[in-house]
Design a protein around this ligand. Structure first.
Ligand code: ATP
Ligand code: MG
Length: 555
């Protein structure tokens, strides 16, 4: 029997395939249309990868379009950061980079066309009056007294608006649809407003600007986008989208399809909150590794593959829900597992001195870079009389089932010898500062020694050759379970979201590590060289993710 491949499709793919089958479109084009008013975050990554993935899947085109029609909030600085992030995620738009502000002439013409068709009118009501006339969800609106202006009058007044003869808010252009529509968006929405403002691209050429609901469908239509994929909050705007492309008589009108936004637990995505954290100096800029902007994830050490995988696992849905941050961590762990060398680093050091090991001798131990992936090869790790081990790998008075070092106990030093704890030294405050051991030369790792077994294996770093580094440990910046917000509406911040460890010792493998290089530190987690603060003389590592979690994905 022939085996059938079962491929599950999401509802957007089904809609596109239906359109292809029915010959609605002769090509497929999608777009990612950010407003350049902030940095992109993990939610945007979903939209980028969804749109790009659909274009690839259906041999279509993917447009990168800056939706820069609103002169108040936009900054060119964001254009560059957005481009960098989109490319990093792997969504290459090639030569298809567009700016909505380049279409202002066509948008103006479109508005004139609607006026000529009797489908738009200039309205002199002030903003409060417009609101009052709009009605409510339970009551229909009232027609504006300016609704029946003649085409000629409307053309003259709209031209006056364009020519700078009106103050901000004095007049607007409205679509003439239906003030009694149950959908508030259809109650003669404003499509052009007066705003005497300089635009970053068009300068002072315009003092009227189109509203989003009018501009967006036109942008899509001009670029011959077929499927305009957006998030759920635009569902109620779809009738207006359809009205605009129908009344403007585009030959192959684009269609809008909505999907649910991606929300993550225990993180902050709202621009307003992030801005405040940045301004208050609580985080170190928009790329602080505790944030989930794309640049923060990149800085922390996430890979494009891990984010792609994450977005894939989340799927595409019509219902809003939150995804556990642990799932993102799972994806980065899975991605790095076979790709990264597993090296030794001691984050909270105490000295271990091997009393019977020769002075001034450095021996080189063989170690596989990654036991699960032989392709990563092996390396030599220096070993000597004085080592660093983790403070919690030694206990003066161990509890039951503690198999690491304590007086009289023998453990394996990973990739090296068995050592037995003989004594220890405390400082004046009773803090342990040195552990003294003896080693057994017979037990060298790889020598085939089978004489006896030990229950514990600990990692270490040779003191003489160690690289001293700073390591930054992160926890979630807010704790969902305790409530993201305080009663006064401020963020309920986790005071331990950043822990800085200043004197960590790492094997010399990292001596030449550069920004964004990452490693597994055995028994600890994955760590990445910080791109902002690390220097060759003072390495700084970010913990990307710890090794273990209770989070599992059924495979
Ligand atoms: P935010 O307010 O979170 O910054 P936005 O909607 O204002 O987001 P835009 O620049 O307007 O940001 O969005 C660009 C595209 O990204 C839009 O198509 C939008 O629907 C999509 N998008 C924004 N947030 C998410 C999210 N959380 N999940 C999926 N897509 C998103
Ligand atoms: Mg927006």
């Amino acid at each position: 029997m022939e085996e059938k491949e079962v491929v599950s499709k999401n509802f957007i793919e089904m809609a596109i395939e239906k359109d292809i089958e029915e010959g609605v479109y002769d090509h497929i084009t999608t777009r990612f249309p950010p407003e350049p008013n902030g940095y992109l975050h993990i939610g945007h990554a979903k939209s980028i990868l969804l749109n790009y993935g659909l274009a690839k899947k259906y041999n279509g085109k993917f447009n990168m379009r800056f939706d820069d029609t609103n002169p108040t909030k936009e900054k060119t600085e964001f254009v560059e950061s957005i481009k960098e992030d989109v490319l990093w995620l792997g969504a290459n738009w090639e030569d298809r980079l567009f700016f909505a502000s380049n279409y202002f002439d066509q948008m103006y013409e479109a508005a004139v066309k609607l006026i000529k068709k009797g489908k738009a009118y200039v309205c002199d009501l002030n903003p409060e009056e417009i609101r009052a006339y709009r009605g409510t969800l339970s009551e229909p609106g009232k027609d504006s007294p300016y609704r029946e202006r003649t085409v000629e009058e409307n053309l003259i007044l709209f031209e006056d608006m364009r020519a700078g003869k009106c103050e901000d808010g004095e007049r607007v252009l409205r679509a003439k649809i239906n003030m009694a529509s149950p959908n508030m968006n259809m109650r003669d929405p404003i499509i052009y407003r007066v705003a005497h403002m300089t635009h970053h691209n068009t300068g002072d050429k315009w003092c009227i600007y189109p509203m989003y609901d009018f501009a967006h469908p036109i942008e899509d239509a001009i670029e011959e986008v077929t499927h305009s994929i957006c998030t759920l909050e635009f569902e109620d705007h779809r009738p207006l989208y359809d009205w605009v492309v129908r009344e403007l008589e585009y030959e192959m009108p684009p269609r809008q399809i909505e999907f649910a936004k991606l929300y993550l637990t225990n993180v902050i995505t709202g621009k307003r909150y992030i801005k405040k954290l940045v301004e208050d100096g609580i985080v170190d800029g928009w790329d602080d590794p505790r944030l989930v902007s794309i640049s923060a994830l990149r800085r922390r050490g996430f890979t494009p593959e891990s984010i792609r995988n994450f977005v894939e696992l989340c799927g595409v849905s019509k219902a809003n829900s939150s995804v556990d941050y642990a799932m993102l961590e799972y994806c980065i762990r899975e991605d790095l597992k076979l790709k990264k060398s597993r090296i030794m680093a001691v984050l909270d050091p105490i000295k271990l001195i091997i009393d019977n090991y020769p002075e001034d001798t450095i021996e080189y131990m063989d170690a596989n870079n990654n036991q699960e992936n032989p392709e990563l090869g092996s390396r030599k790790i220096p070993f000597g009389k004085e080592l660093y081990i983790e403070r919690d790998d030694f206990m003066e008075e161990p509890p039951k089932k503690y198999f690491r070092l304590f007086p009289g106990n023998e453990v394996r030093l990973m990739n090296a010898y068995f050592v037995k704890c003989e004594s220890f030294v405390k400082d004046a405050d009773g803090k342990i500062i040195e552990v003294h051991c003896t080693y057994d030369p017979e037990t060298k790792s790889g020598s085939g020694f089978t004489g006896r077994k030990v229950k514990g294996t600990i990692h270490w770093v040779c003191a003489k050759t160690a690289v001293e580094a700073e390591v930054r440990l992160y926890e979630n910046i807010v704790d969902e379970e305790k409530g993201k917000l305080n009663e006064d509406g401020s963020l309920n911040l986790n005071p331990n979201s950043l822990q800085i460890l200043n004197k960590c010792y790492i094997e010399p493998t990292v001596a030449d590590a550069k920004a964004f290089d990452s490693f597994q530190f055995v028994r600890q987690g994955y760590f990445c060289v910080d791109c902002k603060d690390s220097t060759p003389k003072h390495l700084v590592f970010n913990r990307i993710v710890s090794l273990k979690s209770s989070f599992k994905i059924e495979k």
